[in-house]
Design a protein around this ligand. Structure first.
Ligand SMILES: NC(=O)c1ccc[n+]([C@@H]2O[C@H](COP(=O)([O-])OP(=O)(O)OC[C@H]3O[C@@H](n4cnc5c(N)ncnc54)[C@H](OP(=O)(O)O)[C@@H]3O)[C@@H](O)[C@H]2O)c1
Length: 329
């Protein structure tokens, strides 16, 4: 539970911490949370330091024998801030549970090694793989210096994404809705097309889980001075990269998905959610245009819905990170 809580805290960091990774941390003593925090703005305290300061304030300064739950490996180098490992070692914390090894070459296991040398036990705890999923975008950014884009489509069993006349349709069940809201909370921004904005005006907020709202972005010709779809899409993603964003979710309508399928590498992950609902007539999406380099990586159920995950680029998951990206801290 503590790592899951740390992950929820991390979502609060996304809005202000970029280009740094969003991290959440909880200090536990005798099974009770005595301090918590998340990454502040660039150059200010990392999550561990916020949580430790919070725990010291709450617990009269005595952290002897306490445990730290932190979603990402603590840093061990002097960057814009001093090494978090030094503060952890001085604090009296005896055990550190971490959710993901930092792929930044300046850290990459060195934080864990430093804690171990100081006699602090370290244990990888991924909350059933959630921390790895959360930092998939960070790993991608460290290597590629551009945001990780997830494209999501929900369809009926007979392949429709909206009703006749583009009428808004509740396609997926509660479990998928919860998963969608969690995914939104992990993202810097959610993009919908102008068509969806006009027909649905979706809130795109996080309501079904605890977590922070992403920025809402409408992809529309109104926001550009002419330009083709591809030119404008690249311009938008470049502008989000300049802001240091790591993860963009696209909740795509028919037109947006069709165009993205035609732009090479416009997304890294494709989520296709299929519900048992049949409507026989409605707005369909063009699956024949799906890029050929998609690999089905996961299939699972969300309530009565089937979720298929496709990846366009598997190499970043397994390769050792050598490039020094913008997404460092
Ligand atoms: N089931 C699902 O997963 C799902 C998800 C989302 C939406 N939907 C459904 O999809 C339907 C809407 O789909 P849709 O095909 O009408 O629209 P859409 O895919 O949501 O939006 C496409 C939009 O891209 C914009 N665009 C096109 N060319 C552009 C360019 N050169 N530069 C910048 N922007 C450009 C246009 O916005 P402008 O017209 O404003 O210029 C266009 O309307 C709704 O019924 C909604 O309920 C379903």
């Amino acid at each position: 539970m503590s790592m899951l809580h740390a992950l929820e805290l991390a979502t609060n960091a996304i809005k202000n911490c970029r280009p740094n990774p969003a991290v959440g941390a909880v200090v536990m003593k005798n099974g009770i949370a005595i301090g918590e925090g998340f990454t502040k703005e660039v150059g200010k305290d990392h999550a561990e330091i916020v949580a430790i300061k919070n725990a010291i304030a709450n617990n009269g300064g005595n952290l002897e024998g306490s445990e730290l739950f932190v979603t990402l490996e603590p840093c061990s180098h002097f960057g814009r801030t001093p090494p978090c490992t030094d503060t952890i070692i001085k604090s009296g914390i005896k055990k550190v549970f971490y959710g993901f090894l930092d792929p930044n070459p300046q850290v990459e296991g060195k934080g864990i090694a430093k804690l171990n040398e100081a006699g602090i036990e370290t244990i990888l705890k991924t909350a059933n793989g959630k921390t790895s999923d959360f930092y998939e975008s960070y790993s991608w950014c460290v290597k590629n210096k551009t945001p990780f884009v997830t494209l999501k489509i929900a369809q009926t069993a007979d392949g429709f994404i909206a009703g006749a006349d583009k009428k808004r349709l509740k396609i997926t069940g509660e479990e998928s809705q919860i998963k969608l809201h969690e995914l939104r909370s992990w993202c810097d921004a959610v993009i919908v097309g102008g068509g969806t904005f006009r027909t649905d005006n979706p809130q795109l907020t996080v309501r079904k889980v605890r977590g922070a709202n992403p920025q809402k972005i409408i992809f529309s010709r109104e926001n550009f001075n002419g330009g083709t779809f591809a030119e404008n899409w690249h311009a938008l993603i470049n502008s989000l990269a300049q802001k240091g964003m790591h993860h963009i979710l696209v909740e795509a309508g028919a037109n947006l998905s069709q165009n993205l399928f035609l732009i090479p590498n416009s997304f890294q992950k494709f989520l296709l959610w299929t519900s048992p609902l049949r409507i026989e007539n409605g707005l369909s999406w063009n699956s024949t245009l799906l890029p050929h380099n998609l690999t089905l990586t996961k299939t699972y159920s969300q309530g009565n819905d089937l979720c298929e995950e496709f990846s366009t680029s598997l190499d970043y998951r397994v390769s050792r990170v050598v490039a020094r990206g913008q997404a460092t801290r």
